[in-house]
Design a protein around this ligand. Structure first.
Ligand SMILES: CC(C)(COP(=O)(O)OP(=O)(O)OC[C@H]1O[C@@H](n2cnc3c(N)ncnc32)[C@H](O)[C@@H]1OP(=O)(O)O)[C@@H](O)C(=O)NCCC(=O)NCCS
Length: 185
């Protein structure tokens, strides 16, 4: 099922046939450099089996919140699977949150596609799903991700920590008001 379109991208529910393309991203340490360690591999990559499990988990949207999920991100001009982006539910510091998540194949970095996907997701979240607040959870070293979050109107809100370690929370609310403040102030 298609979720949303931007100028260059189509975001749709993943399908089992996406597995090899998704695994090509998840087995690459550079793609997963800033992800918390979640699988068996010390370099944060996922195995084929772990990738398959994650793909199956998201086939119909997030099982607890089917309107959310990680969606296949397709370049419209050639139909290529170039990433997975979406909306994920978390509880952070006791508060229910929805994260804008993005990953674009490194062959396509720095063409504005990460920001384009994230902006499309932001608009979908606020306008179609009626969400009122969005966050990004970012490793403080992940400059590209910080730039994408800022590019869609988020600002630094706080540092938080969970069982995987510390991370930065960027946030925004519908209507453009941000509860945060500029980094470093
Ligand atoms: C984060 C990611 C999606 C950005 O994708 P992208 O398509 O290259 O992003 P864009 O082209 O829209 O670039 C956004 C901004 O980041 C900057 N940028 C991109 N890669 C960068 C890098 N490696 N270092 C510093 N800045 C970078 C761009 O110059 C651009 O800056 P601007 O807004 O000032 O013009 C991509 O790097 C990625 O998939 N990384 C691996 C997965 C990941 O870490 N996801 C985020 C987890 S929180």
């Amino acid at each position: 099922m298609n979720i949303l379109e931007t100028d260059r991208l189509l975001l749709r529910h993943p399908i089992p046939d996406d597995l090899d393309a998704l695994y090509a991203l998840y087995r690459d340490p550079e793609m997963r450099q800033y992800f918390p360690p979640e699988g068996v591999s010390p370099d944060r990559t996922l195995t084929y089996e772990e990738t398959k499990e994650e793909l199956e988990w998201f086939l119909q949207g997030h099982p607890r919140r089917p309107e959310l999920g990680l969606w296949a991100t397709i370049l419209k001009e050639n139909g290529a699977f170039i990433g997975r982006c979406g909306l994920l539910p978390w509880t952070i510091d006791g508060q229910d949150e929805v994260e804008v998540a993005y990953m674009i194949d490194k062959a396509y970095w720095r063409q504005g596609l990460g920001t384009e996907a994230a902006a499309g997701i932001r608009d979908y979240a606020f306008e179609t799903l009626g969400l009122t607040r969005l966050i990004c959870m970012i490793d403080s070293e992940n400059q590209a991700s910080i730039r994408v979050a800022e590019g869609i109107g988020m600002t630094f809100e706080k540092e938080s920590v969970d069982e995987t370690g510390p991370f930065w929370v960027y946030s925004m609310t519908a209507g453009g008001k941000s509860p945060g403040h500029e980094r470093g102030t």
